[in-house]
Every structure is written in C-alpha cells, then in structure tokens.
Design a binder for this molecule. Structure first.
Ligand code: P1T
Length: 381
C-alpha cells in the first residue's frame, strides 16, 4: 500500500459492531467484565482504549512500523523512551533540538542519574568519541528545531549498531510523508503529534512507533505504568488529521520553498535556514533521506538585532505569533524567548539560536497572501 493510501486506510477497519466508517469516540474509562479477566480485550482506558488503539495502529502503518503508542504529549512520548534507561546510562543527543526536550533531559532525567551529551550529530567522529560502554541511546532530531540542520540517519544508525545502541528519531518536523526513519534502521520513531500529524492546532499528543516486539512490550509497560496516555476525543481528532497528512504536507512543502526563496532575496534578511537550498550545509543529506524539504523556515534579520526580529513577529498578521507548528495556519515564533528559552543562552547561541532568529511554520494558505504578509512586516524595520 502506498503512503497516500496508508494515511487513510492503513491498519484501519470499519467499526465491527456498527460499520461506522470513522471509529467511534469510546468516551469510557472502563469496560464491563463477565468474570474477572473475562472481557472483550479492554479493561481500563489507561491500559487500552479502542479509539486510541485504532490511532496507534494507524501510526504504526504510516511509519512502516509494527507497533504504535499514543501519549498525552510529545514530551510524554520522549519521557517514555528515556524511562527505558537506568541510572548511569548515557545518551548522545542532537545539540540543536526542541527546548522542551533539552529541559526534560537536563532538568528531569539528569536528576535520576542519566547522562546526556549534546553534540552536532552531523559529525560522526564526535559521536564515536562520546560512545562508551554506558551509551544506550542516540537521540536524533532531524530536521532540527529551529535551525533546520539535517542529521544523516543512516550514518548514525551504522555507528550505533556497532555498539548495540538504540537510535530514536524525533520525526516531528519531517513527518513520515518526507522521511521514514525505521526504514533507515532507527529503532524508535517519535512524534509530537500536536504538529503535522494532528495538523489543525487543536490537540496536544505524542507518538512512538517501533518494529521490534520486545521494545514495544517495554514501551507499552511504561505507557501503562506511568500513565501519560491521551484521551479518546484527541485520538479521534488526530486520526482525522492523519487522513489528509499527505495533501497538507505537499502544500506545506510548496509554501515553505516559496517563503524560503522570497526571504533569501529580501534586503532586510540576513540569513535563511532551509534545507532545500543547495548552499545549506546538509542539503545533500536532505535530498538523500527526505522526499522534500518541509514547511519550516527560520531566518535572521539584517544586522542581527533582537528588536528588529521582535518588530517583525509583532507585525506579522497571517503568521500568528504563537508556540507550536505544523498546523494548516501559518505561525511565527521567536525561539530565543519562546520555544527555546529553557536552553541556556550560551548553549543555544552556539547552535545559532540567536536573539535575531525568527522561526516560521508555513501553513497551507495562498502563498501570495503569505508573501505579502512577510513583505509588510519586514517593511516595518
Ligand atoms: O509539545 P509536545 O507535543 O509535548 O511536543 C514536544 C516536541 C517534541 N519534539 C519537537 C521537535 C517539537 O517541536 C516539540 C514541541 N515543539 C513546540 C511546541 C515548538 O513550538 O517548537
């Protein structure tokens, strides 16, 4: 089955009891049992819920995995992955990544004795230098948030396999429409389903997909034992969102490319970060492992002044100034004070997240309106 069919039909069946084409929202916390343990496959909705189960199967299908798990947020999904580890275990993670992931690693899990090394994962020598007998996981985010660097998943997997290290890929920015990490040898693919998978900025959710049964069992245990699950209504909404993922992504990519080229030729723009440019340092990797370049574009204003960046985001009208990304509507953000504020200034500036950086999530509106909006906001500086 092709990807564009999987988003609509993959691992999905009509409701067996009524024939409902869309799964009912099973808004129930518990399920009647005939005798203790004698039930119809569901006992309690933290452990399993039919609407969530349908969504989890759909996640597995679109990522070419065997097992899907849905969580109450993207961070809850990441939290479950790190709970596979023990005190003393070490993780090598992308140095440019979502600020909340950095905060979870450094301010929650370091307290429990897990050690994180943040490095540029495009440098395989640096990865090899950090590996020791305690290294259990490599955490990849690609494209990275917000600098849109690209990590070569195949190269990271090749090093990790030599040392039996798990590789997890945060596929939030790319989505399986653009890149399928499990096919490239990664063990775990993770999503903030809040973003493109849901696609309408109306749900907060996380997802994990794996191929290996043993790994799936451990993650299911953590999902149930820690309890950070999502509800049936949210499961229904994301399932609905998934059905248009391919058509939305196509337009996100088209608009992203137009916006990137417009900004690159604008006199008030210093630098544009978008993996589709031939001049992007990892363009060749993006071309190899992605089907297109996505809808995210970051840029800095000429002269690199924070006040100019703030003025632009305050004046954009169609690009709403808001956290998050991946919805049908365009959003803009100022990473240094918003999504990445929890990363210390020195660490974030090392990866390019300066005070003059603006991040755009290009929606699927008419491109001429988006360009006009950017033009008028840039004219204010
Ligand atoms: O917000 P939540 O659903 O918990 O997902 C966290 C997360 C994980 N990974 C990536 C790459 C992300 O971008 C996010 C969330 N990011 C934003 C809210 C943002 O505006 O960047």
């Amino acid at each position: 089955m092709k990807f564009n069919t999987k988003t609509i039909h993959g691992n999905q069946k009509h409701d067996p009891s009524t024939g409902a084409v869309m799964p009912p929202i099973y808004q129930t916390s518990t399920y009647a049992q005939k005798s203790p343990g004698d039930h119809k496959g569901f006992e309690y909705s933290r452990t399993g819920n039919p609407t969530r189960h349908t969504l989890e199967n759909a996640f597995a299908s679109i990522e070419n995995g065997s097992y899907g798990l849905a969580f109450g947020s993207g961070l809850a999904a990441i939290d479950a992955v790190i709970k596979l580890l023990q005190p003393g275990d070490e993780v090598i993670a992308t140095n440019d990544l979502y600020g909340g992931t950095y905060r979870l690693f450094t301010q929650i899990f370091e307290k429990y004795g897990i050690i994180f090394h943040f490095v540029g994962l495009d440098n395989t020598t640096v990865i090899s230098e950090k590996i020791n007998k305690n290294t259990k996981l490599i955490w990849v985010e690609t494209p990275t948030n917000p600098m849109l660097n690209i990590v070569d998943i195949t190269s990271v997997v090749a090093i990790a396999k030599q040392h039996s290290i798990l590789v997890a890929v945060d596929n939030t920015f790319a989505t399986p429409y653009l890149q399928q990490p499990l096919d490239l040898g990664a063990d775990i693919v993770m999503h903030s389903a809040t973003k493109y998978l849901g696609g309408h900025s109306d749900v907060v959710m996380g997802a994990l997909v794996v191929k290996d049964k043993g790994l799936a069992d451990k993650l299911y245990f953590i999902q149930n034992a820690s309890g950070a699950v999502c509800g049936p209504m949210d499961s229904f909404l994301v399932l609905r969102g998934l059905k248009t993922l391919h058509v939305r992504m196509q337009r996100h990519c088209e608009n992203g490319a137009e916006v990137a080229h417009f900004l690159a030729s604008h006199p008030k723009v210093e630098k544009v970060f978008w993996p589709g440019f031939e001049s992007h340092p990892n363009h060749h990797i993006a071309k190899k492992q992605m089907n297109d370049f996505g809808g995210m574009v970051s840029f800095s204003t000429k002269g690199n002044r924070k006040e100019d960046a703030i003025k632009v985001v305050e004046n954009l009208k169609l690009f709403t100034l808001a956290e998050s990304l991946g919805g049908v509507e365009s959003l803009c953000g100022h990473p240094a004070t918003m999504t990445h504020a929890s990363i210390p200034k020195a660490a974030r500036e090392k990866t390019g997240v300066t005070d003059s950086l603006i991040r755009l999530s290009t929606g699927i509106e008419a491109i001429s309106d988006l360009i006009e909006d950017l033009n008028q906001a840039l004219a204010k500086i």
